[in-house]
Design a protein around this ligand. Structure first.
Ligand SMILES: Nc1ncnc2c1ncn2[C@@H]1O[C@H](COP(=O)(O)OP(=O)(O)OP(=O)(O)O)[C@@H](O)[C@H]1O
Ligand SMILES: [Mg+2]
Length: 304
């Protein structure tokens, strides 16, 4: 069964998308894994990190994006022609095993979702709106990926900043979450807030179907040198005191202009500039990722 992972941080611009696409690429290219990237963010950064805007426009014109599946989940109709398998782009960036379910600039209409759930709550007498909403949130992404979960080793979901419906639904469907962050005091507050929200989400669903999500690790993007670099090192020291070692990735990602430039080529840096420092760090971080997954699996087995 595929391992489902969401890359989350309520804070914007901390490297969620960059981590998602580079990790997915290294897993497919160097570890022979079959990996699906799911773009849950209407900024479509993950999509445009892997395919050109021209290709994206073609998918969108044919309605071959995540938005098609969301529309059918919100207002099911019998004329549904496409299944998730039809929307997935195989062999992305010419890497065997690297696949993408493109996101969309319009993913769902909040008003339509609320209206549909409200109608459901009225029809299903005795059910509170909140319960109907919680149930929808729990199964939305889970049901969308259900037909293909076993086709992949990893499904990695790139979440939007904030904590919207799709992020919560993605988290609810995941086995693990990855948390990229910058070593800054406010970033640490953000991590703790997110952890609290995920704990609340788990508690909320405890009575229906307990969520099986755990933190896989916090990965830091570091400034290479100068005053900023020195400051980040100081904060990292505090972080090591505040978190358990297993909550952190040892390998950090350096600030590297090649990582930013690669976005212009619609190709992750690990393919575009494999010898860059950013690239090498992503390769090492992926090894640590695989070790963490293996350790977690072992713990699960021994717990049973
Ligand atoms: N290691 C790095 N070195 C240099 N630039 C980087 C690095 N990691 C990310 N960036 C750049 O920083 C910007 C933000 O990164 P990214 O889009 O991955 O963050 P995000 O958390 O996904 O943002 P959002 O919250 O908007 O989705 C991008 O322009 C990206 O190219
Ligand atoms: Mg992003």
């Amino acid at each position: 069964m595929g391992v489902i992972i969401s890359t989350v941080n309520m804070k914007g611009g901390v490297g969620k998308t960059t981590l998602t696409v580079n990790l997915a690429t290294v897993l497919a290219k160097y570890h022979n894994k079959r990996v699906l990237v799911l773009d849950l963010d209407s900024q479509i950064s993950a999509t445009l990190s892997l395919v050109s805007p021209h290709d994206f426009a073609k998918f969108r014109k044919k309605r071959r994006t995540l938005s098609y599946l969301l529309d059918h989940a919100i207002t099911p109709n019998p004329w549904k022609k496409l299944e998730i398998q039809d929307l997935i782009c195989p062999c992305v960036c010419n890497v065997d095993g690297l696949e993408l379910l493109p996101g969309d600039i319009e993913l769902y209409d909040e008003y339509l979702v609320s209206e549909m759930l409200h109608k459901k709550a009225v029809e299903e007498t005795g059910k509170e709106f909140e319960k109907v909403w919680d149930n929808f949130e729990r199964i939305l992404i889970k049901n969308i990926i259900q037909p293909i979960v076993n086709d992949y080793d990893f499904i990695i979901m790139d979440c939007a900043p904030g904590y919207n419906l799709l992020t919560r639904s993605g988290i609810a469907a995941s086995n693990y979450y990855l948390l990229p962050a910058r070593p800054e005091p406010l970033s640490l507050v953000g991590i703790q807030l997110l952890e609290r929200r995920i704990a609340n989400l788990k508690e909320h669903h405890q009575d229906t179907e307990p969520l099986n999500i755990n933190l896989l690790g916090i990965g830091f993007i570091l400034s290479a040198g100068g005053l900023m670099g020195r400051y980040y090192k100081q904060v990292m020291k505090r972080i090591r005191d505040d978190f358990y070692p297993e909550q952190l990735f040892n390998q950090s990602i350096p600030m590297d202009v090649n990582v930013a430039k690669a976005v212009d080529l619609f190709t992750p840096v690990v393919l575009a500039m494999p010898n860059s420092s950013g690239s090498k760090a992503f390769v090492k971080l992926t090894e640590e990722f695989l070790t963490k997954i293996a350790v977690n699996k072992e713990q699960l087995v021994s717990a049973h």
